[in-house]
Design a protein around this ligand. Structure first.
Ligand SMILES: [Zn+2]
Ligand SMILES: [Zn+2]
Length: 266
């Protein structure tokens, strides 16, 4: 890998990775992954993310409540998210959204939390990291209605929906981030979604420790494996790996305007 890439979504605070954080980050850097964003799932555990990003120059974080935890954190307000996002290493809001596959939180509570995060994204101007699983229609309806009330910057992370959500997301300016699922044999519809997205709206991520790409499928995922998803995305878009690396990295810095390029990118 000659051009440095970014893992736009991982969970370095989860114990599978936090137990060996220096090793995880060193292996990522060695594999050309020069920057990582560790994504918040619980505002009440946000300090753990700050401890990580303050110790590592090339790691940034977000702040927000995952839809699985929405029922645990109904007291999180727009003002609180906006205030926490003032930290220089907080570069996005989320992950928030709708997960009807697990339905860990009641759907109306997931939707209310999603809207709180959208408003925080609007007020801060930071990208909103959207988690959507088995909830395509409601995700699209909320995003479209909210975009009509005032602009924000949507990122559909770990894109694993039908091409229709990609289409509707692209219309409102969303970026699409692809994970290791893109490399799975059965992921034909997800590859179709990638095909219809323009090069300047694509990002890559691991969502580590979950969803390791082929050839590590089923194992603990880590940011170093971003390159496998990137290579598959290049194949789907019929461009070179280097061109895809350049495009996704440029897209990352265009979307995440608070992220500062480290020496690896210059
Ligand atoms: Zn997610
Ligand atoms: Zn995640």
């Amino acid at each position: 890998m000659s051009f440095p890439i970014v893992d736009s979504h991982c969970h370095l605070d989860f114990e599978q990775l936090s137990d060996d954080l220096p090793g995880v980050i060193a292996r990522a850097n060695a594999a050309g992954v020069a920057m990582m964003v560790t994504i918040s799932t619980r505002v009440r555990r946000f300090q753990r993310l700050l401890d990580i990003v303050e110790a590592h120059e090339n790691v940034y974080c977000t702040v927000g409540t995952h839809p699985h935890q929405a029922a645990e954190e109904t007291d999180v307000t727009v003002d609180e998210l906006v205030r926490l996002a003032e930290h220089p290493k907080v570069i996005g809001i989320g992950e928030a959204g709708l997960d009807y596959h697990y339905d860990t939180s009641p759907r109306d509570i997931q939707a209310a939390s999603f809207r709180v995060h959208i408003e925080a994204a609007r007020q801060t101007g930071l990208p909103l990291i959207i988690h959507s699983r088995a909830a395509e229609e409601d995700t699209a309806l909320i995003l479209e209605a909210e975009m009509g009330k005032g602009a924000f910057k949507p990122l559909l992370h770990c894109f694993s929906s039908k091409p229709e959500l990609a289409r509707r997301g692209l219309v409102i300016g969303a970026y699409l981030s692809f994970s290791g699922i893109l490399t799975f044999k059965t992921a034909e519809e997800i590859r179709q979604a990638a095909e219809l997205a323009p090069m300047n709206r694509l990002l890559v991520e691991t969502d580590a420790p979950y969803l390791a790409p082929v050839p590590y499928r089923g194992k603990t995922n880590e940011p170093a494996y971003t390159a496998f998803t990137l290579a598959k995305l290049a194949e789907v878009k019929a461009v070179s790996v280097d061109d895809m690396a350049r495009a996704t990295t440029e897209n990352f810095f265009r979307l995440f305007t608070k992220a500062r390029k480290t020496a690896a990118f210059t």
